[in-house]
Every structure is written in structure tokens, then in C-alpha cells.
Design a protein around this ligand. Structure first.
Ligand SMILES: Nc1ncnc2c1ncn2[C@@H]1O[C@H](COP(=O)(O)OP(=O)(O)OP(=O)(O)O)[C@@H](O)[C@H]1O
Length: 551
């Protein structure tokens, strides 16, 4: 992931890196100028001053250039990652997305992406300071090979300590990023469960301290521990530098004739080198954190492989429904905690245009799962789906899904009506709003609802407006009427459903409103994942069920 981002902007990255390196080189040359000026004749001051001024200016310009370029690279990487993750989520197989879970995806899109982008902020610091440190070491090597060898030993010890610390720290950083995915789930509960948390003080307290609080703490402690180990290893590096300075100044230089001048020169080099070295050692952990975040993003996106979703070029011809057959289809959910399965099917069903089918059954009997299987959100684990004589498989499932409009009980209303291809969107939308008695509350203008601050039943009517605007051949309503008042329930069952039937739509209505079951053409009953025969309409049903076939 990180290497892909680096590869993608390699030229800009190279330019930024070159600017960082030049800035570091200018820093080292400035140091050389300073040490030369300390011992130079007054006659050379003029030329030294000009060189010094030129180098200072070049250092400032190249540092600014590299910082700006890296900042741009960081923002570019962040945007790229967000595009990439969103595209993966948009294309992901629905079931795999359900399994991966929203909070982990949210975490990848926000925190992990930010941490990866931070890499591009730490790189210039690492590069510039690495050049300064390397330059100082070379300068010392020119002065004395003994000092150079001592520096090599110090660097070797520092690297070994750093490597060991790295192995330990990375474990804690990984634990922190795993815990952070869970934390995003708790953040969601914080707003989505706001009502429940306010109504029950004990629940609020327990959630705040034991669930949310402990998760925040777990992230904090693992990350703090990981970063502390890195920082401690950076301090170990600094200590080695001071030990090295001591060794050079008090042991290696010895009692030479020109001791004061030499000592002054070395002291200057060392002092000049300490800050870059510390900055260097502190920025390497950030780059490591970016690596951990990039691995996490990769792991999450691997869990949500893309389903075949060819983007149609232009407007594809609308799908027709002549017949839709489910032959022996099955779906299974595995419940890890109880180590058991819920199995739906095998189901054999046929749907034809112009029919209204009621699907009934107790809670958890598999109605919604059947709807998800029917609309192609789940690929059948066994059996076949046939549309108009064509078998539906992975390669044509996305096209097949375009046959349906569905309102599930956990439906989502988008801010904009996304059926943008209709030129009469506003007009048709407002007509439908009037039919659903919402014209005084909401308008469609500029392709969007004027408000969504409505009751749940009213929002469901907006979802119905969207479904009607989509004008698909097959409509699915998952307990749509459950939130409607008796008057509107009547409108739905007695007016809208017959109208949809008359328009030749196939309609599947998941419902518990048994007094209306007689208005359908067919009644299907699910019990524990199996379709059962002998579905009977309620005694108050309005007219007999025309058919009760399980094909
Ligand atoms: N996302 C899921 N992951 C795992 N198991 C699930 C999932 N969704 C549903 N199940 C399991 O499948 C069974 C059937 O669920 P489904 O939502 O299809 O029932 P339903 O008939 O629509 O129920 P209800 O009337 O309560 O809406 C449930 O008992 C549950 O155990």
C-alpha cells in the first residue's frame, strides 16, 4: 500500500527528496563554513560571508520547497487512499462488507489513512537530518579515522538497540490499531444510541466507563507504550551520541599541541549534529506508525474483495422481467459465538410480472435474508437463479440487481436523489410526494428532498418516492407499512399495491399485517428458513388468496 503510493508519486517524491537532501547538504556546508571561519584569516571573511549567506539562503529555499512538496504529497496520499478505500467499499461483495463491519471501514478511511499520510510529513525530516548527520560523520572521518571508527561503533550499537525496540514496539502499535477499529464502533454507538443512553443513567455510566472508556484507554495505552519504546530507543541513540562525544573529546583527541582549536571544532560539529539526530530518531517511529496503518488498510481491503461490477458505458437498456426463477437456492449464516448456522432454503420459487406476493413468517424466520438473496445482494451458496431464461452468475449479478428497487427496514435515504438520469425528476418527485400526503412537508427541488427531518413513517414514504422514481420492474418492501398509520396502511395495501400490479410490476411485500394478506396474489410463509405450504389468510382477510404456490 505504502510502496504503491510511493511508486505512484515517485517523480514528485524524488523532487521533494532531492530538495531535502540539498537542504541537508547546505546545512553541512554551513557547518564547514562556520568551523573554517573560526580559524580563518580576517582577509578571507568577505568571501566566507558571501558563501555563508548563499548557503543559508539555499538551505532555507530547499527546506521550504521540500516541506511544501511533502505536504502536497501527504494530502495527495490521503486523498488517494480515501478514493481507493471508497472504491473498494463501493465494489465490495455485500456479504463480505457486512462481515468486515462499518466501524473498521470508517477507521480505515479516517485514522489509518491520516497515519499513512503522516509518512510524507516525516520523510523530509528524516532525509534532511539524515544528510546532516551523515555529512557531520564524513567531516569527522576526514579529520580522524579513529573518530570515524568510534562513530561507526556508536551507530552500530544504536541501530541494534533501535531494531530490538522496533520489534517490540510494532506489536503494541498493531494491537492499538486493532483496538481502534472497535473504538470506531463505540463512537457510532455514542450517537446512534444517544436516546437509550440518556434514558438509562446506569447504562450511560457503564457504556461511558467500561465500554467506551476502556476502549479509549486500550488504544491510548498500547499506542503510548509502542511509541514510548520507540522514543526510549531514540533516547538511547542520543545517549550514545553524547557517549561518543565524550569519548572523542576526552579520550581520542588526547593531549595534542593544538588541542583547544581541535576541541572547539569537534564540539561545534557534535552540537550541530545532536538536534538533527534527535529529530531523525523521533521521526522514524512516525514512519513506522504509517507502515502499521498501511498494513491495516491493506488487511481491511483484502477482506472486502470486489464483486464483478462492470460500469456500464452510457445508459444501459432497462431490464425487463418475464420470469424469475429460484431453483434450490440456499444461504447460510455462521454464528461464531454459538458455533451454529442459520440456513435458509433450499428454496424453489417463481416470480412473474404483475403479481403481488406476500412473504410472512415469525421473527428470524429468514424473510429479509430471502429478500437479500432474491435481489442478488447475497450470491446463493447452492442452487441457481434464472432471469428470463438466463442463469445469473457472478459476472452478470450486478446487472441483475438493477431489476430491483427495495426498501429494507434499515433503509438509507441519500442526501440527493441519485436517479439523475430522469429529466423530470423534480416534477415526478413532487407528484409522488403529493400522492403520499407529504407535499406540505417536503419538496423535491434541484434533485434533492428539501428536508429529511421527518418521522420514521414519513421518511419511509420518502424511500417509497425514491423506489417509484427508480421505476424498476421488481419492488420489494420489507415491513414497509409497519410504521404507517392505519389510514396510510390502507392507501398502501388497497391503492398503491394494486396500481403497481396494474403497471406490470412484480412486488414482494414482507409484512405482518395479516388483515391485508388476502389482497395479494400469493402468500409465502417462512418457518426457520424453510417455505411451508398451507399458508392461510387471516379470518379478516379481504379476499381469498388467488394462488398459494411454492413453485
Ligand atoms: N448479518 C447477519 N449475520 C449473521 N446472521 C444473521 C444476519 N442477519 C440475520 N442473521 C440470522 O438469520 C436469521 C434470519 O434473519 P432475517 O433477518 O432474515 O429474519 P426475518 O424473518 O427478516 O426477521 P424479522 O421479522 O425479525 O425481521 C436470524 O435468526 C439470524 O440468526
Amino acid at each position: 500500500m505504502l510502496s504503491h503510493l510511493i511508486q505512484q508519486s515517485r517523480w514528485l517524491l524524488l523532487a521533494a527528496a532531492a530538495a531535502s537532501v540539498i537542504s541537508g547538504v547546505c546545512g553541512v556546508l554551513l557547518l564547514a563554513q562556520i568551523t573554517t571561519a573560526l580559524t580563518a584569516d580576517a582577509s578571507r571573511y568577505g568571501s566566507l560571508a558571501w558563501t555563508f549567506a548563499g548557503l543559508a539562503l539555499a538551505a532555507m529555499l530547499t527546506r521550504t520547497l521540500s516541506a511544501v512538496l511533502f505536504e502536497r504529497l501527504g494530502q495527495h496520499a490521503l486523498a488517494e487512499l480515501r478514493h481507493y478505500i471508497s472504491a473498494r467499499v463501493l465494489a465490495a461483495d455485500f456479504r463480505r462488507l457486512e462481515l468486515a463491519g462499518g466501524p473498521r471501514v470508517q477507521s480505515a478511511l479516517s485514522e489509518h489513512s491520516n497515519n499513512v499520510a503522516q509518512f510524507f510529513v516525516s520523510v523530509p525530516a528524516i532525509l534532511t537530518n539524515a544528510v546532516v548527520v551523515a555529512g557531520c560523520l564524513v567531516y569527522m572521518a576526514l579529520l580522524s579515522w579513529k573518530i570515524f571508527l568510534a562513530a561507526v561503533v556508536a551507530i552500530g550499537l544504536g541501530s541494534l538497540g533501535y531494531h530490538l525496540a522496533h520489534l517490540l514496539a510494532i506489536r503494541h502499535l498493531k494491537t492499538a490499531s486493532q483496538e481502534q477499529d472497535k473504538l470506531f464502533g463505540h463512537f457510532r454507538a455514542l450517537t446512534e444510541g444517544a436516546k437509550e443512553l440518556r434514558l438509562n443513567r446506569a447504562k450511560r455510566r457503564t457504556f461511558g466507563s467500561e465500554v467506551l472508556g476502556s476502549s479509549i484507554e486500550a488504544v491510548r495505552s498500547s499506542r503510548a507504550l509502542g511509541m514510548s519504546i520507540f522514543v526510549a530507543s531514540a533516547s538511547w541513540g542520543s545517549f550514545l551520541i553524547y557517549a561518543f562525544i565524550g569519548l572523542v573529546l576526552f579520550v581520542l583527541v588526547g593531549d595534542v599541541p593544538d588541542r583547544t582549536t581541535i576541541m572547539t571544532g569537534f564540539a561545534l560539529v557534535f552540537l550541530y549534529m545532536v538536534t538533527p539526530l534527535e529529530v531523525l530518531l523521533l521521526n522514524i517511529p512516525r514512519a513506522n506508525l504509517a507502515k502499521v496503518a498501511a498494513d491495516r488498510i491493506e488487511e481491511i481491503t483484502r477482506e472486502i474483495p470486489g464483486a464483478a461490477m462492470a460500469e456500464a458505458v452510457g445508459v444501459p437498456p432497462p431490464l425487463r422481467l418475464n420470469s424469475l426463477l429460484l431453483k434450490g437456492v440456499k444461504h447460510r449464516y455462521y454464528h461464531e459465538q454459538s458455533d451454529d448456522f442459520f440456513e435458509l432454503g433450499p428454496l424453489d420459487l417463481e416470480f412473474r410480472p404483475g403479481t403481488v406476493t406476500f412473504l410472512v413468517g415469525g421473527n428470524g424466520s429468514g424473510k429479509t435474508t430471502l429478500a437479500k438473496l432474491l435481489v442478488g445482494l447475497y450470491a446463493p451458496e447452492a442452487g441457481e437463479v434464472w432471469l428470463n431464461g438466463e442463469r445469473i452468475e457472478d459476472f452478470n449479478r450486478d446487472r441483475y440487481r438493477q431489476l430491483f428497487s427495495a426498501i429494507f427496514s434499515d433503509f438509507h435515504l441519500f442526501e440527493r436523489l441519485l436517479e439523475a438520469s430522469r429529466p423530470d425528476l423534480d416534477e415526478a418527485g413532487n407528484r409522488l410526494l403529493a400522492r403520499l400526503h407529504l407535499q406540505h412537508k417536503v419538496k423535491v427541488s434541484g434533485g434533492a428532498f428539501s428536508t429529511q427531518a421527518l418521522s420514521q413513517g414519513q421518511r419511509k414514504r420518502l424511500a417509497l418516492v425514491v423506489a417509484c422514481l427508480e421505476d424498476r420492474p421488481f419492488l420489494i418492501f420489507d415491513e414497509w407499512a409497519a410504521d404507517q398509520d392505519p389510514v396510510f396502511k390502507d392507501v398502501f395495501y388497497r391503492e398503491l399495491l394494486p396500481e403497481l400490479r396494474a403497471q406490470g410490476k412484480a412486488v414482494l411485500v414482507i409484512s405482518h399485517d395479516d388483515r391485508y394478506f388476502g389482497l395479494g396474489d400469493r402468500l409465502l410463509r417462512l418457518e426457520n428458513g424453510r417455505l411451508v405450504e398451507g399458508a392461510a389468510a387471516s379470518p379478516q382477510a379481504e379476499r381469498p388468496v388467488l394462488q398459494s404456490t411454492v413453485a
